[in-house]
Every structure is written in C-alpha cells, then in structure tokens.
Design a protein around this ligand. Structure first.
Ligand SMILES: [Zn+2]
Length: 442
C-alpha cells in the first residue's frame, strides 16, 4: 500500500481534540503533526478523525443461525459505521475448549471486514477448560448467572470456581447478571397466570433480579481477585452496587449499552417483541434518562458496547412473545448514537473515543483504540455538520431493521479505514474481508 497522508482534519483522542495531519505507511501511523503530504492524500478538512471503535460485546451467530446474522453482514455493518474491531461470541455455538476456538477461527477465515477477538463461554461442568483457553488467544470469558439464550447459568459455587480460574490465568470475563431463582420463579408465576403480553418482560426480568445477581457476583469478584465486566448495566442502582465493591478493591468494569439510554420501558407496549432484550429498557421518564447520562459524565460507566444480537422482523414478531428471541441489532447505530449524543452536549467527542475505543481496548488488552505513532491506522472520518436519518433500508445487519429507525442522528460517518485501507465509505462497506483475528496482550 502506498504511503497516505490524512490532511487537515481534527484528530479526536480520549484526551482531547487537535488539528493535525496523520501519515500512514504499511498500515500504521508513522507521523502526526503539520505534515508535508507524501503519497496519496485524503482531504479531511472539516472532518473529525477518530480511532476506529472497539465493540467488545457482539453476537454474529456465525457459525450458528446465520439467518439472523453472519460475520460478513455483521462486520459490514460495523465497518460502515466506524467500528474496526469487535469481540464476538455466539451462544448457540459456544467456544468451550481450545479445539472449539481453533475450529471457529478457521471457519471465520476471510469472513470478517473488521479485526476481531473471540470470547469463550464458561460452562458449569467445564470450568477445568478455563486455564487452557485463557492462554490460547480468547479475549474474555462470558458468564451467565441464570439460564439465558440456551446457555446454562452458573450457581454461586460455580461462579467462584470460574472466577478463581480466571484470576489465576490473568484473563478477563464479562458477566450477565440476572438471578436464577428470581427469574425462574417469576416465569412460573407469569406463565401460570396465562400472561402473553409484552409487559410481562418487566416482571420476568426484574430490576431486583439484576441487583441480586450483581451483588452476589460482586462479592465473588472481590473474594477471588478476578477482573470482571458487568454486562449491560441497565440503571443507576446497579452502578451503586458496583461502586460500593470497587471502593473496597473489586476490579469491576461497568458496561453501558445505547438501549439503556435511548429506549424507554414503555416502548414494550407499542413495539412488543421488538423491545424484547434482557435486562429490559428501564427508563421511565426524562429524569431517569438524565441520571444515566450524569453517570456517564461522572465516569461511573467504564465503556460502551452494543450487545448486538439481531433477529429479523419476522423472527422477532412471528413466534409470540415468550418464544421471540431476545436481543437488538446495534452495530449499525452505536457510534452514530454516541456522536449524536456528544454533539447534543450529553457527553463530549473525546469521551466517545475513550468510552467506545480506548477504554475497552485497555480493559481487554487489545492493541487498538489510539491514534499514536506505531499504532494500527484504524480510523474513522466523521462530518460533524452532516446527519443521518435512520431507515430500515439503511441497516446492513441481516436484522434489516433498527429500534432507531425514524430518528435523525447528528454527525455523519464518511469513511472507515482498517490498517490504512479504506473499508467503507458513505454508509457502504467495500466487503474486502481483510479483518484479522486479534489476540489480547498481557
Ligand atoms: Zn450479549
């Protein structure tokens, strides 16, 4: 690839914004400053230049039910909207051994448009696999505290054993917190009552169930010294639990997802299964929305992820509420949502870079997410004066719809680069399949 200079843009890092040029050679950033352009010139006048985003909670169903999503479509959506690295795991085809990891890596050869790490699942009767897997290149271990998406939950004893093994091996984990006993009891009661309306989700996957599980796993994290991320923290009371345990030394990151900021609990009534995800949306009024953003500004959240778990409209709406799959598509919309939120003053552009690139890369040991000499030239160009009115037709994910259709996001992503090569422009991915498997460091 010839040398390239990105000229005249405003570089946004986790630390701030500054006008400067970037020179790229052999896929890496080789100079930063007021540069005499060499080689090809990309005119970034009036544009923001950000590191490519790092989405560490993504489900692409490949191998798996690829009628819902596959790696090619999912990573095309990512590339088109500024995400250049993902960490993926698929519940129906979990990685539970080194052999599973190797099989998945070979299956994914030339199926990714962005760089990718892979997560393993902890299975209650296969905790012994953790230490081998930790050294084999997986980015993190996924743990459920209750049976969800066909993955068995870990009881407290299994959770402690798993976290001990994760701590010993210096690995990391992502924990889905909902209490098994409370969700099972609620499900029994709701089914006995003959409930089939979407409102049942709020009682089935209750606030209490998330809080009880969060407190129990926080205790286990503290006792074992493990490094854990609490997935999709849905509301400030869960942050209160995390903060309490952090104060006494627990290493817990709090993952934020757009759906807990942008979607309201009441949308279950109008959109039904299209808002079936768990934990469900919690916001009931503008004060609660403001409290979530206040928590972002107070840095109580560690990073943003999407929890991209798509299904088509047909798959979501035809089976009836109990049997509809959980999850939302999101890779198409997470960075546009965050940029819009920054341009509207809820946070800053630097914080978007920190929360959706630099911090998750640091958390999981990925050598990505920064603009500095020697770094991979994974970059996204954004026109802050543009906008995107989202329609289902724009959605590249196989879902083919978005909970944000009908909204207009301020700012427009114009181009995405992976190791110096343009992989997407104006909302279209070039489908070069140049994404590589990425191992964590350290
Ligand atoms: Zn998930």
């Amino acid at each position: 690839m010839p040398m390239t200079t990105i000229k005249g843009g405003t570089v946004v890092s986790a630390l701030g914004e500054r006008r400067c040029d970037l020179a790229i050679d052999e896929g890496r950033i080789v100079a930063i400053g007021d540069l005499d352009p060499k080689g090809a010139i990309i005119d970034a006048t009036g544009l923001l230049v950000m590191p490519g985003m790092i989405d560490t909670h993504v489900h692409l169903m490949d191998p798996g039910d690829t009628s819902r999503e596959d790696f090619i479509a999912g990573t095309s959506a990512a590339a088109a909207r500024g995400v250049t690295t993902i960490v993926e795991h698929t519940h129906s085809n979990p990685i539970r051994s080194v052999a599973d990891l190797n099989e998945k890596r070979s299956h994914l050869n030339q199926r990714s448009n962005v760089d990718f790490g892979l997560a393993a699942h902890v299975w209650p009767d296969r905790i012994g696999e953790i230490e081998d897997l930790a050294g084999s290149g997986i980015t993190l271990f996924k743990i459920f505290t209750c049976d969800t998406h066909g993955v068995p939950g870990l009881d407290p004893a299994a959770t402690v054993s798993a976290l001990e093994a994760i701590a010993r091996s210096g690995s990391r984990c992502l924990i889905h917190n909902e209490d098994q006993a409370l969700t099972l009891e609620a499900e029994r009661r709701l089914r006995d009552a003959g409930r089939v309306d979407p409102g049942l989700l709020i009682e089935w996957r209750s606030r209490e169930a998330e809080l009880v599980a969060a407190a129990a796993t926080a205790t286990a994290v503290l006792e074992t010294g493990a490094s854990a991320t609490f997935a999709h923290v849905s509301s400030p009371p869960v942050l209160d639990v995390i903060d309490e345990y952090r104060r006494v030394g627990a290493d817990i990151a709090a993952e934020a997802c757009p759906q807990y900021f942008a979607l309201d609990e009441s949308e279950l009534e109008t959109a039904g299964p299209l808002r079936k995800f768990t934990p469900p949306a919690r916001i009931r009024d503008e004060d609660e929305r403001s409290a979530m953003w206040e928590a972002v500004r107070a840095r109580r959240f560690s990073h943003f992820s999407t929890d991209h778990a798509p299904s088509t409209l047909e798959q979501k709406t035809s089976p009836g509420f109990w049997d509809a799959p959980f999850g939302l598509p999101g890779l198409d919309t997470t960075l546009p949502f965050l940029i819009d939120s920054a341009l509207a003053g809820r946070t800053t552009l630097s914080e978007v870079v920190r929360l959706y690139a630099t911090a998750p890369a640091n958390r999981y040991g990925l050598a990505k997410g920064v603009i500095e000499i020697g770094a991979d030239a994974d970059l996204v160009l954004v026109d802050p004066d543009g906008e995107w009115s989202v329609t289902d037709e724009d959605i590249i994910s196989k879902a083919g719809w978005s909970p944000y259709s009908g909204r207009t996001f301020l700012g427009r992503i114009t181009a995405t680069y992976l190791r110096g090569e343009e992989i997407a422009r104006d909302g279209r991915c070039h489908d070069l399949r140049s994404g590589r498997f990425l191992r964590p460091i350290g």
